[in-house]
Design a protein around this ligand. Sequence first.
Ligand SMILES: CC(=O)N[C@H]1[C@@H](OP(=O)(O)OP(=O)(O)OC[C@H]2O[C@@H](n3ccc(=O)[nH]c3=O)[C@H](O)[C@@H]2O)O[C@H](CO)[C@@H](O)[C@@H]1O
Length: 326
Amino acid sequence: MIRLLIAASGTGGHVFPALAVAKKLPNYDVHWLGTSNRLEQSLVNDLYPLHTIPVEGFQTRSILKNIKILFRLLQSVFWIRKLLKEKKIDVIFTTGGYISGAVTLAAYILGIPVILHESNYIPGKTTKLLSYFCHVTALGFKETEKYLPWATTTYLGTPIREQFSISQYLDLNIPEKAFLIIVIGGSQGAVSINNLVRQCALDWINSGAYVVHLTGNNDTKVKTINHTQYITLPFHSNMAALLQRANLAISRAGSGTLAELAATHTPAILIPYPFAAENHQFYNADFFVKAKAAYCYEQKKLTREQLKIAVLDLIKDPTKLKRNGI
Ligand SMILES: CC(=O)N[C@H]1[C@@H](OP(=O)(O)OP(=O)(O)OC[C@H]2O[C@@H](n3ccc(=O)[nH]c3=O)[C@H](O)[C@@H]2O)O[C@H](CO)[C@@H](O)[C@@H]1O
């Protein structure tokens, strides 16, 4: 039996693709490496043995804090090396982020192959560095290979959950013919999008639309609108059911959600997270726009009025919805 260590931690964009990979390998002995306070605790704990390390990203300002983080990183490398030997791990799959640095270094020392997955169009600094040491860098977008000319790359796409491969039942009270808008702010929600949407939602509802608004857990104004056609949820686990049913998604441009939108062919208005590392969400979105699969608005330029009218226009003339055909 092949012993696989999956190192995926933090957001849905990192954890869900790794879970999709693990599900496809029922005959592998899978171990998981994560941290003690992120999403993997709720998503992975019951499925695979979850080992945790205390890694975090370097701070740009505090030198003292960075020294502490470096110390912890080196401690983690030492600890992972022990784990890899103890569990006799044959291969590692990682979806990037802080955790991938420690695991790649430990694996490199022991000569264990690492498959690094980069799901964004523009590879981050971590991927650029780690791709030197990895056996192969698997890409979510084929075009990303041009940013990693030194690396061995392969085009994989971004793995999505099994539920997307079959038609799902949406357990919400929404009439069959109603125009359904789903609002997604990545796995943690997006308060800025939430605020914009709340200012437009009643106009959309008055035009007959239903809105399912995935707000995340950090929004204090969730109860502002009370209407039968407006449903708020902090998080929904059956995204396949929602996206298959939705006529339009208003969404951040994280690579996980984009892969799912592509799978369900859901038309989308994308509002990239403006503070994402190296503005990577903008480039993810741009790929979809160039493929005529979505509309994109930059958050800093987007007004409430613009969003309201753009969506009203689509509700009134659904032929303008770009079919997501990537
Ligand atoms: C703010 C930020 O920097 N986010 C990054 C993060 O992903 P982040 O998790 O923010 O966003 P993604 O769109 O990549 O993934 C979200 C995932 O959570 C799922 N979901 C969301 C809401 C919900 O209620 N239920 C649910 O299941 C979505 O279906 C999707 O599978 O890592 C991605 C991969 O590197 C990047 O592309 C994103 O830019």
